[in-house]
Ligand binder design. Structure first.
Ligand code: MIC
Ligand code: SF4
Length: 653
């Protein structure tokens, strides 16, 4: 039977062997590699520690420091030391602060065609650029994978993206993914993998593919996958890893659930306007809009190719006086290569502020724009307030569009720019050298055993959920609209991120942007439920968006639909994910109303039932039909009170 690349990789990883179930059915796959970063890693490793192993059981696990690098007191550095000691003790590679953004470094240094990668970060699918099946998940799922457990998911639908033609002038890979976001929206990819094929694929370099695979996360997709071809081989060879290459392409006649055609030659420069990555407009429509800030970098657009494009556009010119421009290289390897190729000096000369190789402004860690700013960023998310300025308007654009605006001081129609690809790339590529000095390899077991874990005072044990009770009377603590992000539920930024290892403290910020006082209200009410619209929990993989509400007593989320990673996180922390079977019930149910649940245990024990049950709105006596979004395994996890109590019961962990 002909297979897609995604199916080939999944088939080779079905836990316990056997065939791949039909699309939409549950499957467990073995995980070759894991990655964590410092903002999600502390909880992941605190959970891993409770599993009592002496070493990770994956082929490769890497712990990156890239998010919490703004160290305005001891907390973040304490987290870094904790992570470094955990890595040393359990056989994990450690990427020190300054070495770069996890996805960029992983692509350059560890990515491998045909392998599975599970990462506690939603942009883990960046690895799909190399023909891997790379999936983002909550930290607890990654901890389980590090302990040798399989990863459970529903076999995804596969959307084939057939590329033809070639990118022209200043049009870049970013414009391709923005075009897809324009067509598909932020929920278009839920339950699916986007797999790229067709003659246009060979025209895209691995860094360009990485931009596309990275931002596939914004489509709500489980992953994005490219074939592994001659371009993949060339990339791996340029990084001294050519021996890992293997060819991977879809079989003739492979079945896609849908085919989306994109002619690369017909694309034009695009921008995602405030405050959603799918609010896409043509750059030509925005031309002339004054710009206050330009930020280049993030795991989406910080390759050498991207920096070379920027240098080409700003060569001999100066950043406009109205614009504050900053650049953060994706990795130290890239930064060194950019320096060697003269790209960095051109950027410094033009007036760019050089930020460290880390997530930085992408997650509100410094370089916040001015109030009411128009900020052009080459990043992947422009949710309201994420930049650190609540009233700033963030536009997501390509490095080419960002660079042109930095010089002009207004959005410039990049379609009119005369640019010859591939810029200075042949020279740049040949000058790439590995900068491995900031990567610490795993210690041998005999030395690892003696490592003591360093635990700063801000690192608190992870709270464990209480098993769901059979019946309850609960208040609707908050009702939100469609597309509530995990940034809305559990904001990030320089003030909040240092509490990622301290749940009681971080819980004080739950829903802070949308519902100030939520935390106190939830605790005073003795817990309750949250009501959301469709695609509830889109965006970041942060399990804190489930863990902190759980700590505050949230027992269920009632929504029109859920984003995949967040739904799994809710289950892992014992919170019921429930969908409305009638959309009008969502409209009718109001904040602060009381609802009555009963028969929950029977529902969870009925492992194969439809999951449909009724609750009563106590305020008006109305019945509401809900569906529990959980398969047999998930129901067992919920019945046990979450993943950790379930693992203890099942595996004696
Ligand atoms: C993000 O881009 O939102 C983050 C910060 O990288 C998150 C992870 C986190 O919240 O720590 C993600 O994408 O999963
Ligand atoms: Fe870091 Fe931003 Fe990428 Fe998240 S999206 S990993 S914050 S650079």
């Amino acid at each position: 039977m002909p297979n897609t690349v995604t199916e080939k990789i999944m088939l080779a990883h079905v836990a316990g062997g056997g065939g791949l179930p039909p699309r939409g059915q549950p499957v467990a796959i073995s995980i070759d590699q894991t990655l964590t970063q410092d903002a999600t890693g502390t909880i992941a490793y605190l959970q891993f520690e409770t599993m009592g192993l002496v070493r990770v059981r994956t082929k490769l696990s890497v712990s990156y420091i890239d998010h919490n690098t703004l160290q305005d007191d001891y907390k973040n550095q304490d987290d870094h030391r904790y992570l470094q000691s955990v890595a040393a003790k359990y056989g994990i590679w450690f990427s020190r602060a300054g070495n770069g953004i996890c996805h960029q470094v992983h692509l350059e240094r560890f990515g491998e065609p045909g392998k599975t990668l599970l990462g506690s970060d939603s942009h883990t699918p960046t690895g799909g650029a190399l023909g891997m099946l790379a999936i983002g998940a909550g930290g607890l799922d990654v901890a389980v994978a590090m302990a040798g457990g399989a990863f459970s998911l529903l076999v995804p639908k596969i959307y084939g993206v057939r590329l033809s033609g070639e990118l022209r002038g200043a049009v870049s890979a970013k414009d391709l993914i923005l075009e897809l976001l324009r067509r598909e929206t932020v929920k278009g990819g839920v339950g699916a993998v986007y797999e790229y094929f067709g003659p246009g694929v060979a025209t895209l370099s691995v860094p360009q593919r990485a931009t596309i695979a990275n931002m596939g996360a914004e489509l709500g997709a489980s992953s994005s996958v490219f074939p592994s071809d001659e371009r993949t081989k060339a990339f791996l060879e340029s990084r001294g890893r050519g021996g890992l290459w293997l060819e991977l392409k879809a079989d003739e006649g492979a079945v896609y659930d849908r085919i989306i055609d994109i002619d690369l030659s017909a694309l034009t420069p695009l921008a995602a306007c405030p405050h959603s990555p799918d609010n896409v407009k043509a750059v030509s429509e925005l031309a002339g809009l004054p710009v206050d800030q330009v930020a280049i970098g993030s795991c989406t657009n910080s390759s050498l190719d991207d920096l070379a494009a920027v240098a080409e556009i700003v060569r001999g010119k100066t950043v406009h006086p109205r614009v504050s421009a900053g650049i953060a290289c994706g990795s130290r390897t890239t930064l060194l290569a950019a320096s060697k190729a003269g790209i960095l000096s051109e950027l410094i000369r033009a007036g760019f502020r050089i930020l460290e190789s880390a997530c930085g402004p992408c997650i509100g860690m410094g370089f916040a724009p001015k109030s009411g700013a128009v900020s052009l960023r080459t990043f992947n998310r422009n949710f309201k307030g994420r930049s650190g300025a609540a009233d700033a308007g963030v536009y997501l654009v390509s490095p080419e569009t960002a660079a042109a605006a930095a010089i002009a001081g207004v959005i410039h129609d990049t379609a009119t720019l005369e640019l010859e690809r591939p810029y200075t790339l042949p020279f740049v590529e040949s000058s790439v050298q590995f900068a491995d000095d900031m990567l610490i390899p795993p210690l041998p077991l005999d030395r690892a055993r003696h490592v003591a874990i360093e635990r700063g005072p801000n690192i608190k044990p992870c709270p464990v959920p209480q098993p769901v009770s059979d019946s309850a009377s609960l208040a609707v603590l908050f009702k939100g609209a469609d597309n509530i992000t995990t940034d809305d539920i559990m904001p990030a930024g320089a003030k909040v991120l240092p509490f990622r290892s301290n749940i009681p403290e971080i819980a004080k910020f739950v829903f802070a942007p949308l519902c100030p006082g939520f935390s106190q209200k939830a605790q005073e009410a003795g817990g309750g439920v949250i009501v959301g619209g469709s695609n509830y929990g889109q965006g970041s993989s942060r399990e804190h968006a489930a863990l902190a509400p759980m700590y505050l007593g949230v027992k269920a989320v009632l929504a029109k639909s859920f984003a995949r990673i967040h739904q799994a996180n809710l289950i892992n922390y014992g919170i019921l994910p429930l969908t409305f079977t009638h959309p009008e019930d969502y409209q009718a149910l109001q904040q602060d109303e009381m609802i009555e649940f009963s028969g929950i245990h029977q529902l969870l024990d009925g492992l194969t039932g439809s999951g449909i049950f009724e609750i009563t709105n106590k305020t008006n006596g109305k019945k509401i039909k809900l569906k529990l979004e959980a398969d047999g395994r998930d129901r067992k996890i919920l019945r046990a009170g979450g993943m950790i109590p379930w693992l203890r019961r099942e595996e004696g962990v």
